[in-house]
Design a protein around this ligand. Structure first.
Ligand SMILES: [Zn+2]
Length: 425
């Protein structure tokens, strides 16, 4: 191993306690989303930590973005270090929001307790531990190689868990991920320290509404039941759509195995009278349902076109309609994300692969995420394609009770990220 690498790895090792303390500090600020609590507290705290170590810090509120309000402002942080010589910019992006706590914890979710080499708490794994590892990697690299070329940026961004519109999407729209400004992006999401995540599948969310006509429940033949129409839609999905989706297989290395095919989830179904208000003890009224709605979550493959994905559902609705006189429906688009996959020969991929091999002594696995994350905005709005997710933590623990991160995994991934900096800068 060259001298520089040895020096860099020693600097990472010397910062083990600092890495733990930084992670604990971030976890102890409960940035729950929704609604978006304590975002300003977190960026102030982290901004002070970084400024004290020589970083230039900018705090940016996503004014007017989805989710931003005076009660819950969407605050983001971007910190930068310039090297003495010109060169590329490597950007580490971590979201600072965490999901709700939920039931079943045996550790305090915001105490960041250490137990048997792990830190416990909401957001340890997804992804404050990864964010802290990237920062420590940058600190160690700068200490070992102060005359580096180019620049390093770290961002801590809002709202990834709710789509990223008040976070990375906003910053991308403002030009922060312009390829003229930033050349390499690593998102330290918890994908395991020996895996490189190249991208994600696509998403189409839509609401389907079937129409009927209200009538007395004792004379349903005088009305037209929207729920029965929806039943026919669901039956047609079982008979034709789900089998079709199961046959569509991708060459993308999606994990887990079940997500290598197209999938569809029905998020919700609502029809007829609304649920009674809490405390209401009466019976519902006898009525034929005039409206029924489902929300579908269709995840599609890079080999599929989103127009075809939508046409499939439209064709299915038309088949149902053909067999049911007078039946009408609406399909409303809610949200869509195009699949993305970074080239394996992209510089951020090849340098991370080489660094993983040096640090862990094994070749990395290349994976694609079943769901999306902030890479979608960097790719689509920022038009920056040299981007991966790489970071410590076990993906399955994200959003679970007793979420934890292994301290050694954080140190190892910080070693990898520091060596990537040495290669790129
Ligand atoms: Zn995450």
């Amino acid at each position: 191993m060259p001298d520089t690498d040895t020096r860099i790895l020693a600097e990472v090792a010397a910062r083990r306690d600092e890495l733990v303390a930084l992670t604990q500090g971030l976890v102890r600020i409960p940035t729950l989303n929704p609604p978006g609590n304590e975002y300003r507290t977190l960026v102030d705290w982290l901004g002070a930590w970084l400024e004290a170590r020589g970083w230039t810090v900018e705090l940016i509120r996503a004014h007017g973005a989805i989710g931003d309000s005076d009660a819950h402002p969407r605050w983001n942080l971007i910190a930068r270090r310039e090297g003495p010589r010109p060169g590329d910019c490597v950007h580490f992006n971590g979201h600072h929001d965490v999901v709700e706590v939920g039931e079943g914890w045996t550790h305090d979710p915001f105490a960041a307790e250490i137990d048997a080499g792990r830190i416990y708490g909401r957001g340890t794994c997804d992804m404050k531990g990864g964010l802290a590892s990237a920062i420590i990697a940058a600190e160690a690299f700068i200490a070992a190689c102060p005359d580096f070329a180019g620049s390093i940026e770290v961002s801590a961004t809002a709202d990834e868990e709710s789509g990223g519109y008040g976070g990375v999407a906003y910053l991308a729209e403002k030009g922060y991920f312009d390829p003229a400004r930033v050349q390499h992006v690593i998102i330290p999401e918890p994908l395991n320290k020996d895996r490189i995540c190249l991208g994600h599948r696509g998403v189409w969310w839509a609401e389907i509404e079937t129409h009927g006509r209200i009538a007395h429940g004792a004379m349903p033949f005088l009305g037209d039941s929207a729920i029965r129409h929806m039943g026919a839609v669901l039956e047609e999905m079982e008979a034709t759509l789900f089998p079709l989706l199961a046959q569509k297989r991708t060459d993308m290395p999606v994990v887990p195995e079940g997500a290598k095919q197209s999938t569809l989830n029905i998020n919700s179904i609502h029809g007829g009278e609304p649920d009674p208000a809490p405390g209401f003890t009466g019976f519902p009224a006898p009525c034929v349902a005039d409206r029924c709605r489902i929300v579908i979550d269709r995840r599609f493959l890079i080999e599929e076109d989103i127009a075809d994905v939508k046409d499939e559902v439209r064709a299915l609705m038309e088949r149902v309609k053909a067999g049911r006189p007078g039946f009408t429906y609406e399909i409303r688009d809610m949200h869509e994300v195009i699949p993305t996959m970074t080239d394996r020969e992209a510089p951020v991929v090849t340098t991370t692969a080489a660094a993983i091999e040096k640090v862990l002594g094994a070749r990395p696995d290349y994976v694609v995420s079943p769901g999306t994350y902030d890479q979608k905005h960097i790719d689509r709005i920022g038009r920056l394609h040299n981007c991966i997710a790489y970071g410590p933590g076990v993906l399955d623990l994200a959003h679970q009770p007793d979420e934890w991160i292994d301290i050694q995994d954080m140190v190892d991934s910080a070693r990898v990220m520091a060596l990537v900096l040495a290669q790129l800068l």
